[in-house]
Design a protein around this ligand. Structure first.
Ligand SMILES: [Zn+2]
Length: 116
């Protein structure tokens, strides 16, 4: 489960940023997770719940994680059709060729966090 390591990096990034802004604790984190980003929301939530009860980070023990799921979207480079791909190699439903250019759904980023 690589979400554990991924969440560890997120917590570190937030901590660095919070320190610069003189924020001592973080009680809410919002992430954008694409459906094809290789990170599972359930596993991220689990990892977050493990990190927030640890004392050595800025998360409060009742910190909240909000995950905004971004649907995958691809545009066919031949016919221009927009569709929702089910895999990273996007096959156009019209051309039946793997000609889709991914425009959404691979995102994994921190949208916001709140603290004090
Ligand atoms: Zn096409």
């Amino acid at each position: 489960m690589h979400e554990m390591a991924l969440m560890g990096e997120i917590v570190q990034l937030i901590e660095q940023d919070a320190r610069m802004k003189n924020i001592k604790y973080v009680k809410k984190v919002e992430l954008v997770v694409g459906t094809l980003s290789n990170a599972l929301p359930d596993a991220l939530q689990f990892a977050f719940d493990v990190y927030k009860i640890q004392e050595d980070n800025c998360l409060t023990t009742d910190a909240e994680l909000i995950i905004h799921v971004e649907k995958a979207k691809a545009i066919c480079t031949i016919c221009g059709q927009q569709y929702e791909p089910v895999a990273k190699i996007a096959q156009c439903p019209t051309c039946l060729l793997p000609t889709g250019r991914m425009v959404a759904g691979e995102t994994f980023r921190i949208l916001a966090y709140e603290g004090g």
